[in-house]
Ligand binder design. Sequence first.
Ligand SMILES: Cc1cc2nc3c(=O)[nH]c(=O)nc-3n(C[C@H](O)[C@H](O)[C@H](O)COP(=O)(O)OP(=O)(O)OC[C@H]3O[C@@H](n4cnc5c(N)ncnc54)[C@H](O)[C@@H]3O)c2cc1C
Length: 463
Amino acid sequence: MSLKEELKEIVGEKWVITGEESSLFSVDGFTAYKGDPSMVVLPGNEEEAVKVVRSIVKRGEKVIFRGSGTSLSGGSIPVDGEIVVGLSRLNRIEEYKGNEVIVGPGIANIMVTKNAPPHLFYAPDPASYSVSSIGGNISHDSGGIHVVKYGPTFNSVLGVKVILPDGDVEDLLFHNGQLNPMSIFIGAEGTLGAVIKARLKLFPKPESRVSVFATFDSVTDAGKAVVEIFRKGVVPSALELMDRNIIRAIESSRYKADLPNVSAMLLVELDGSIPQVKEEKEVVKGAIEDNSGRIIDAKGNEDEFWKARKGAFPSMGAISPAYVTLDCTVPRSKLPNALESIEKISREENVFIANVFHAGDGNLHPLIPYDPNNKESLLNALRVGEKISKIAITMGGVPSGEHGIGIEKISIEEMYYSEEEIAVMKRIKQTFDPNNLFNPWKIFRPKSLPRQDDVLKVMWEWE
Ligand SMILES: Cc1cc2nc3c(=O)[nH]c(=O)nc-3n(C[C@H](O)[C@H](O)[C@H](O)COP(=O)(O)OP(=O)(O)OC[C@H]3O[C@@H](n4cnc5c(N)ncnc54)[C@H](O)[C@@H]3O)c2cc1C
């Protein structure tokens, strides 16, 4: 029996997709690259997922796991015809117990809080939270606006159940031993195991949550205010920065919220007890005003401002059909310098760059538009992006703030880590997956290109 026939027997005919329809799985949120899967399989439950993976690995076939396909680093795109196993149908909530919940990997992030007891919430909140899956969030160790106070996904995952590359199932949902391997699967980008269940931590909803919005005549001043807020001992629950270009994109899109037309805008959220939040609000206002910022009154539009921030990436569609999303980081104290460098590069290279980022954790997302019908325009956006990412690293940043390495950041990763460190990571991969069956071509530079491809060549700096 062929593999296709075997998989159809496991999941049912309609959940095995080949041909033209499977090209829906050739792309993700990283629009610069496209690669077709040889087949797509969508198991409907845990048992089917295990059988599917066992059938595939028994034949030595390569496989990519997929949640909602919103990866911004190309994590869920096949590079050389890998089989895609989509886990979005494993979307059940098993049970809420105390401040914990057990869920399937396919559930959308937003549903975890929506279904939680009213006094609890799930903290990690990537702007894609209405669609991106918990399995994808775990595999990219995703962040979001609340990372600054509550940490990335890593800090909210208590246990996972995974299928390993040899087909074995490891239940680490409640593994509390000394050598707990659970955390190795968080941020592993599906290269070590398929997450088929997760135990998540929920936080109590704070007594009070308030927002402060401010405008600045320069992004550098806004960056200085961010540094000052932390210097004064306040840790906001969200601290976001948007520059004039991204505000313009938002205001031209369906996320329009009557944002002011200014060089930079800070959005701050504080949460905690009522007296604590009141006190912190005054400190934040002082830090903003000391750095030439002006506090603005949202006039009841607070939720709209935050929705506009969450819609910043898709709003770019209003000014360009495609764009590259950078994900560099710098230590918070270097934010003003990083912003100056980005402005300089934009001027020197004559490239439009819109900035929106998680200022509180120094995670920058410069967005560089390109023309999808003009290869040179794409390659130039990638080159400019790489230049910015490398400058961020020289300022003390790390290769990825929250979007992962995928196919996008292999050369940036090599700039940051020493050969020894990469060798350690490769040994881990080799131990779990000696035949390189799970999400091959990702995270590590392969020995050879699967085919001549300009985008891969630029990203991987191929000679
Ligand atoms: C508009 C927009 C806004 C975004 N905002 C943010 C943001 O604020 N913060 C942020 O961090 N990210 C953000 N992202 C990026 C993206 O949404 C996240 O990386 C998200 O976690 C991906 O989830 P997904 O379900 O779409 O995963 P996919 O794209 O399907 O997969 C991502 C990676 O995880 C692996 N994977 C998926 N499911 C599993 C599984 N069950 N087991 C093992 N491996 C698996 C895949 O192989 C791939 O490597 C944004 C993306 C978009 C399009």
